[in-house]
Every structure is written in structure tokens, then in C-alpha cells.
Design a protein around this ligand. Sequence first.
Ligand code: ZN
Length: 161
Amino acid sequence: MTRPAVVLVLIAASAGLAGDKPAEKARTFEGKVVALASLLKADGVEQDNDASAGLALQCDKGEVYPLVKNDGSRMFFLDKSLQSRTVRLTGRLTAGSMLDVTAARSVVKGKEHVLYYWCDNCALAYSQPGVCLCCGGKVKLVEAEAKPGAAKLELLLPKDE
Ligand SMILES: [Zn+2]
């Protein structure tokens, strides 16, 4: 008599899912990635020297979304050249107003560009700055105009510098 028990568990699981509040949908936000510390400073708020070096997306209309630091946003933490310039971040708002980034593009002269890192020697694409897994060379930022229908690049995770 194990079967009825399994069915009951399944019903309970699906009832639980239906009862949860629906996850926030992914949206695209345009703005600039800036250090949270600079926003606090601009507001005259002091914070401890050992406070975490967080980043936030500051949108043109003034909304500020602190970034969750993970695969989707890590390039902004590692590459300061990507900060303080217009980007479009796609992601979901979580924990109130934090942005969980799933895709990042830059905007250059009004045109959307894909961002990735590249090793010339090995022709390998990476999701963040670092050292090529194959030749050990430093990978460099590539900004290429986004083409509709272009194949999505498979991005590797480089070694730490
Ligand atoms: Zn390489």
C-alpha cells in the first residue's frame, strides 16, 4: 500500500505551490551600475569602513536596485569599466528591491551591445574577467552590437586572476 501515500504527497506538493505567491516576473531595467557607498555618501549617510562593497542599478528615473552578487552581475563587481555607464539589466526583483540579474547588455549610442570576455589565442568566450582556462592569458572585454536572432554564446567561467 505505498501508492496512495505517494499520491497524497504529490497533491500536497502541488497545493503548496499553488498557494505560494507568484514569483516576480523578469523585467529589463535601464540605468547605471554604481557603488552603493557613493549613493549613501550623496545622501549624507555614513557607513562603516568594513561595510560590504555593494553595487546598485540606478535607473534614469531615480529608482535604485541593489544587485544580488552572482553569475549574472559578477562582471560589474570585477570590471570597474562597466560601472557608471548605461546598461540594460534583465532580472527579477527579489528580497524587496534587490535585482537578481540574468542578462546584462550595454547601450552605446542608443544601440544595445552584448558583453562578454574573450581570449584571442583560444577563441573562447567567458562570462567575466579572469584568466583563460586554456592558455592562462588574461581575457578582455568585448562589446558587440546585439543582433536579433544571433546564436547565444556559450560563456565559460575563467580562472581567477
Ligand atoms: Zn586562451
